[in-house]
Design a protein around this ligand. Sequence first.
Ligand code: GLN
Length: 544
Amino acid sequence: MENKNTLEKIFEIFKTEKGSLNLSKFVKTLNDFGILNDDPRLAPFLKRVKELQEKKQLNFEAFLSVLDPTIEPLIVKAFSGKLIIPSFKEFKKLVEEVFEDVRDCKDGKAADYIPQLARVDPDLWGLSVCTVDGQRFNLGDFEKIYTIQSTSKPFTYAMALDLYGSDYVQEYVSAEPSGEGFNEICLDDNNKPHNPMINAGAIVTSSLVKPELNLADRFEYMMNIFRKLSGGTYVGFNNSVYLSEKSVADRNFALGYYMKENDCFPKGSCLKTILEFYFQLCSIETKCSAHCIMAGTLANGGVCPITGEEVLDDVSVQHTLSLMLSCGMYDYSGQFAYKIGLPAKSGVSGSILVVIPNVMAICLYSPRLDKLGNSSRGLLFMEKLLKKVNLHQFDSDNNAAKIDPRGHISDFKDLEKNSILQAAMTGDLEMLRRHFSNGADIDVRNVIGQTILHIAVAEENMRIVKYLVDVCEMNLNAKDTWGETPLDIAEKRGNIEISTFLRCRMILKDLDSSQIAKNRQELAGLKEQRTSVGSEDSGVVTSF
Ligand code: GLN
């Protein structure tokens, strides 16, 4: 097995004294990488591993036997720092800070055109992140269920493109910002809706999807795709919202009739059915954590990050993202592209989906909307976040004031850090010497907080250990994430030579410091004596 070496090292890190895998520590570390327990890639592994653990000890061979072709590369990728956000815990912390920073924002007002939206607690504040590697975290009210409303629009558009191709779809819906409100009754010079992200365009797009099916089958078809987009997490339907949408729909009906008059729909379309279908798509419900995976599928070129299923064609996704960038945030789209520089789509419930292509998606949920219909707190959050991280599409790689959570290889510090870690792992003393004499900061840590001394001890490389202790004078008491010192690791390994060496050095250091303290005391005493003698002397001198 190609990954066997790495897996062996991983196993060593989590090995208990009895030689079996410390499952809880192992899973906790995977969670820190963003691989959550409900991840469909992890869940079957956890089940198998628990079964095995009950029956017998989980030694390395047993560990290998429960890995499958999905989880194995994921584990190797995570522990080799190769996931798209390698330091996921740190990134989460940064996002959490901004999340709390904007919590007090009470600007705007929740939508109230239907009672179901008016009744929602306007203080709700949720956030979810899903990377293209399926790394996830959720904050605040991420489990509160809401209807997806206009955020259904990019997905419906992508589905239409998938089914019929861009040429056909563009015959019906253009790809230009409208410069008008989202429910404006207007068409472009060719009598087509300006784009699929506003109501006119979305209603026409809905009319294109599977018109040969009856409404029930059409809805089921869409729901199945939404479920796949969300990796099988929560997608439901809110019938009360649907009924309300339908009963307060004068504007959408007016828009529909205006478009019907202008031949905007395919021949044979029934306006009432199209509008009902459109209201149903707005009334699909979900929660931040699931909604985010749908957007993560867009970030990942149409492949669901947690299931690996190809749900949408990458070209359809590319077209959809282009329009989200230029038209996704209603009349604020230009400003959003200017400040944030990312494809996004907002909905009247208060959700915003932000896609960072090939990296991740962020879903924000906060019901208070600004005058243009975008979640006020969601916008503020994005502005503040983008001041800290260089995820704006046109951010320069050299912007030192911002953090790149992708940990680009071009980042010199990272290169240096990786090389030091690598040298400690492979026992490359020459390389370590070179770094040390170049003045590099050798106090680097791997993903589980181990210093290079921990690593050298784990590798049982006495030469490196001696060098790090005697020449580099590394801290012998440094603790990793689990509170273990290098000596703890040496003892666990049963490496008497290294543990004796470390113990001796610790005693010497203690002696050293107590000797120094003693010397200091003696010195201080001597000084005191001398000053008192000095003052007598001076007294003599003055009296002279
Ligand atoms: N149901 C709403 C409508 O069609 C959706 C609009 C929105 O989310 N902006 O009016």
